[in-house]
Design a protein around this ligand. Sequence first.
Ligand code: AMP
Length: 586
Amino acid sequence: MPFATIAKTGIATDGARLPDYARARRSFSWANARTQLAGLPGGALNIAHEALDRHLTTDLADKLALRIIGRDDAVQDFTYRRLAQESSRFADLLVRLGVRRGERVFTLLGRQAPLYVTALGTLKAGAVFSPLFAAFGPEPVLARVGKGDGRVLVTTEALYERKVAPVRAQLPGLRHVLLDGGCGPRAPAGALDFEAELARSAPDFAIVPTRPDDMALLHFTSGTTGKPKGAVHVHEAVVAHHITGQYALDLHADDVFWCTADPGWVTGTSYGIIAPLTNGATLIVDAAEFDAERWLRILQDQKVSVWYTAPTAIRMLMKLGVEPRRHYDLSHLRFMSSVGEPLNPEAVVWSMEAFGRPFHDNWWQTETGGIMIANYLTMDIRPGSMGKPLPGVEAAIVRRTADGGIVEIAEAGAVGELALRPGWPSMFRAYLDEPERYAKCFAQGWYLTGDLASRDGDGYFWFVGRADDVIKSAGHLIGPFEVESALMEHPAVAEAAAIGMPDPVAGETVKAFIVLKAGRAPDDGLRKEILGHARRRLGPAVAPREIAFRDGLPRTRSGKIMRRLLKARELGLPEGDLSTLESDSR
Ligand code: AMP
């Protein structure tokens, strides 16, 4: 462990939502957590009611719920009351259109108001919300709307023309298309003007009394390893969104919270819509894409107090060598966290310098619906560790046996598959129409995550890699994260990705792809220097045998490095499903 534990001396923890981790774990129950929410008569529970309407009888009603910063910097504000009314109009519209409970409503929209209004209105109507990245092309749209049997799609005329029109004939179940920005000459027959329809709808709507286990959200997984699957989440998930927002993100009602994720990725829905609203916070949304200066300006100008982002963005900030604290007033920022990929220890150490506080890594997946393992405000951080399981979540390191059984590995530091004991409310309830695939995720009372990890003697969990990405070399099991983190300690390295290359002797050897920091040029001297550094840090058995310089790494829209794609290209194998591929510089 090259980096010392970061003690939180000097970082205010007064009023922390989780003052004592050990105590909370002992006394926690999901039934108790549920009592923080209002519910609806007769045991009904609806996410949108918890996020919006229940606040209307409290001081929160006229508080700022959502602020959307447009690409042009124009700001659009919604109080809790206004957002409740707009989403009720959308729910009313769905009912008028004859959309029934459980039917799917898709969005193909940028991070603009209609996306948020549709999400919450759909839930109010008892229909199922499924957000797509606006950048998806026709094939990914077809695959997802087709698989989800989408009944309604909210998009814009321009997006429709490019991404839906080419595949519309293959989507016979898609009955209604609503266009944000209105219906121009290229609108399809029968399309409706989103805003005009909303204006004709009633702003008060009796929320459908959904059952806790009614389907609410359909999220397609990011597909880092294969074809996207539709993970089904239910209304009861809101209990986990709410409580993990408190424990892992330390959300309070007076927080200004910025989750940088797009709702097309599960993080952007669970924490980019639901958790901040159920907790009465103000949610900031930026419609534009990553830009270092812009982001730091938003943190400053919006007085963001809690920030939830991803390692890719953090590495970009590191790469540009920005010094946030010198140029921006970030005095309101009190808690920073990161998810989606392993957060390299180097990034945590950098954040202490750059922001005066650490990034808190947390771990979860589309399937878990909410944060499962986290670093908490009141807990010391071990850079490179994803933290400890949430109260109410039991995690273990396990090994699959030859006969299909599961053995728990108690030994500290031993690597195995990360497993979770089902029972938390935001657990996925199905892969849509793929019961066998779903069943395969469970064995002997455990949910198997497909990630390899270890746990140290103090209960901190350490990510090793996706099981599919792990490199097996001369009897060693090498996690790409370990190699990448060591490479990133070299002052010239901005980003790194490690894969296994077939080798007749060792089975596999490590090859690393490296993106250099601004101002550093690749040459042979630097290659040797980085290889030498890696060998010293990792030892010759684990260090890359080979490195290649790249201008960028292929990654998913949610920011994850696609190691399987790097590998497929190196080996000339089929590239597989690329629907979630965002950036790509070969
Ligand atoms: P997704 O379902 O697209 O959110 O992807 C989930 C996967 O992302 C996990 O199974 C991990 O492989 C990876 N992941 C998410 N958060 C972390 C983290 N904090 N550290 C390491 N890997 C992570």
